[in-house]
Design a protein around this ligand. Structure first.
Ligand SMILES: *[C@@H]1O[C@H](CO)[C@@H](O)[C@H](O)[C@H]1NC(C)=O
Ligand SMILES: *[C@@H]1O[C@H](CO)[C@@H](O)[C@H](O)[C@H]1NC(C)=O
Length: 656
């Protein structure tokens, strides 16, 4: 709390300074009656106040401009993605998308006019290539005057990394409608992205039930490495042990993939995103393939390096290889060895990368020549700290695959609403272009990463009482994938339950994004028939519910450094659903049709209701509660259920 008393604009003890600033602004620019544009109520976990930022220091100010037509993006998207629309499947080109949403001349003039009135010479102001950002170098004193705020330096307690920011800032009323956000200001994040979602593993040790773990087990000791995996006699190649050991054979049986052979493999595409230092081990694909996917022996994903992305080999073991190995071994196995898979490896080993860095690479209009991101959240390239990747930032240089699966996530509360919206709108644009974006829903039930929940003021801690939704699970333009499980003693012929071994399926309701129309009937039915026993202090019943669907997330056998592990997580579920949707795209391409793109209005439509295996057993505990329950119909634990491929492929093949 004391920290914020340093910020004049929110300091109840220093009203004189506030008034002085106010009158100064009045004198300089009488028309510029400024109102609070964005503010943050608390400092993120792990940071503390360091010092007042020196007035003569230079700040690279970036002003994100409001894009026109964004309020229509939902209807544009529904036109091409709603199964009853006459334009279903008529996706836009990247250029059509860029043109539709480029800020207008009126917006650019209004913001530049404000800056010039505020004392900045026009020569100091630069409009980015995509016209989405206005940039200028300002002294701290100039920026404080312009934004009626005070800049401070904060320090991360663990890493010592410094961050410059303020707790709120002001923009004149007549300019506000042109400004999306300004950086650096309140956008402030601790640790960029949590490798969150999810893969968690235990050594496969047949005969012993793996002990639940709350994080990946430490690397096996060298002695353990020496045990050849061949000494494990059980291989689990049939369907009799799918309740204990999940394999591609089990998944094919569960979701009905057995009879489909892809034929459009040269035209179709499936991308899996990994964030360095997570890295797959090429030889582990062969180890895995030798047991469970012989057509994959010798196959590798196509490495698409983004911002210096490397398949690093200096840090190894489950913590570094588990996620990528899981995603690729299963993603590749299920689309078969005939279908190439793109590995989007993002970020160098020093800086890593964020979702925005990836989005910059696949959409030039999202990116700018100088980087349109927020350096507090997003990695900056070329690497500004020396070393690392010094090449150009990837900016619209990568063609997105038809289906893209990501097994990483944030807590929604880690990010500001403005930052989250900008990214969510970008997912809508990708949907317009026909790309399906899948994300794991999280592994902590109704709690967030690190099992944190929300406190009354919006901060996060282990003791918080309010449910803590994940991001981008709350963004309506992605498809969020939860986790199910075949319970002990059950077979692939029995209905699955919500995952309850080691992890709980992430689910709930967004605090940032309202309930979208596509899920209106299902969510209303859910509340009508199964109203959860919590007051609205626990969650936002009007928010976007997630996940949308689910797939098995327990007991996956994954080869890591030659040794098989049992792995759990919605990290497993997303690439499996990605593979299934990729096969559906194959069927559509074979029928002369386009990819499925943004699937949400389709999967929630009544025609598709029977194409999911409804999951009606289990819960997703967290925040000191049992969480929500999986029930008949959609629920915030397993969504609509798991895919029934034969039904889905027939329905989707019938759409235009
Ligand atoms: C701000 O300063 C940096 C470093 O001198 C420079 O590279 C950048 O081009 C400047 N930006 C603007 C908008 O003038
Ligand atoms: C339902 O889930 C519970 C745990 O939540 C489990 O013990 C039980 O076996 C499951 N029932 C079925 C029919 O799968």
């Amino acid at each position: 709390m004391t920290i914020f008393n340093n910020c004049a604009s929110s300091n109840p003890h220093r009203p004189s300074l506030m008034l002085a600033t106010f009158f100064l602004l009045m004198l300089l620019a009488p028309a510029a009656l400024a109102v609070v544009h964005e503010q943050r109520d608390h400092i993120p976990h792990g940071w503390s106040h360091h010092s007042k930022h020196p007035s003569d220091a230079i700040l690279p100010l970036r002003i994100g401009l409001v894009q026109p037509n964004l309020d229509s993006i939902d209807s544009f998207l529904n036109e091409v993605a709603h199964p009853e629309s006459s334009s279903y499947g008529k996706h836009w080109t990247a250029q059509q998308v860029a043109d539709k949403f480029a800020p207008t001349a009126e917006t650019i003039d209004a913001v530049i006019g404000w800056l010039v009135d505020g004392g900045f010479e026009k020569e100091r102001v630069r409009v980015s290539g995509s016209r989405i950002w206005i940039e200028l170098n300002s002294t701290v004193a100039e920026a404080e005057k312009l934004l009626n705020t005070e800049y401070h330096v904060y320090q991360h307690e663990e890493t010592g990394k410094k961050h410059v920011g303020c707790t709120k800032y002001h923009v004149p009323e007549h300019v506000r409608r042109h400004v999306d956000l300004i950086t650096p200001t309140v956008h402030f994040t601790a640790s960029r992205m949590k490798h969150a979602a999810v893969a968690r593993g235990t050594r496969l040790n047949p005969g012993t039930k793996p002990a639940p773990v709350s994080k990946p087990v430490p690397l096996p000791k060298p002695l353990t490495h020496a045990v050849p995996m061949g000494t494990t006699t059980q291989q689990f190649l049939d369907l009799s042990k799918c309740d204990k050991h999940m394999t591609p054979v089990c998944l094919r049986a569960l979701y009905g993939l057995n009879k489909y052979t892809p034929s459009q493999t040269a035209r179709n595409s499936y991308g899996i995103v990994e964030y360095t230092p997570q890295a797959y081990v090429p030889t582990d694909i062969d180890v895995f393939a030798s047991y469970y996917a012989t057509d994959l022996v010798g196959k590798r994903p196509n490495l698409v390096s983004i911002d210096g992305g490397v398949v690093q080999t200096t840090q190894t073991g489950f913590d570094y290889n588990g996620e990528s190995n899981l995603d690729l071994q299963y993603g590749m196995a299920l689309v078969t060895g005939a279908q190439p898979v793109q590995l989007y490896q993002v970020g160098d080993t020093l800086e890593g990368a964020s979702f925005n860095d990836f989005l910059d690479a696949i959409d030039g209009s999202y990116c700018t020549a100088d980087g349109g991101d927020d350096p507090n959240y997003d990695a900056v390239y070329p690497n500004p700290y020396g070393g690392g990747y010094q090449g150009p930032k990837a900016c619209g240089t990568v063609t997105p695959a038809n289906v893209i699966s990501t097994s990483y996530g944030y807590n929604e509360a880690d990010l500001t609403q403005a930052y989250s919206r900008r990214q969510c709108n970008e997912y809508a644009k990708l949907g317009l272009m026909g790309v399906t974006m899948l994300f794991s829903s999280g592994d902590n039930g109704v709690a967030g990463n690190r099992n944190f929940c929300l406190n009354a003021g919006g901060s996060q801690s282990a003791g918080g009482a309010r449910f803590n939704p994940t991001f981008p699970g709350g963004c309506p333009y992605i498809t969020s994938v939860g986790a199910t499980q075949v319970f002990a003693g059950k077979t692939v012929l029995n209905p699955e339950s919500a995952c309850a071994d080691v992890i709980y399926s992430g689910g709930g309701f967004s605090n940032y994004f309202p309930r979208p129309s596509f899920q209106q009937p299902q969510v209303a039915n859910y509340f009508a028939a199964h109203n959860p026993p919590y007051s609205t202090t626990k969650y936002n019943a009007a928010g976007r519910g997630f996940p949308d669907l689910s797939a098995n997330g327990a007991n996956y056998i994954v080869a890591v450094q030659g040794v098989r592990y049992l792995v759990y997580g919605t990290s497993a579920s997303a690439p499996v659903v990605g593979a299934i949707l990729t096969l559906i795209n194959d069927a559509r391409l074979a029928a002369g049709k386009g990819p499925i793109g943004w699937i949400n209005p389709t999967i929630y439509s009544s025609a598709f209701a029977s194409a999911f295996n409804d999951v009606t057993n289990g819960t997703n505990p967290g925040c000191g509660t049992n969480g929500f329950s999986a029930v008949k119909g959609w629920d915030p634990v397993t969504g609509l259920g798991t895919p029934n491929f034969p039904k889905l492929v027939n329905l989707w093949r019938a759409l235009p």
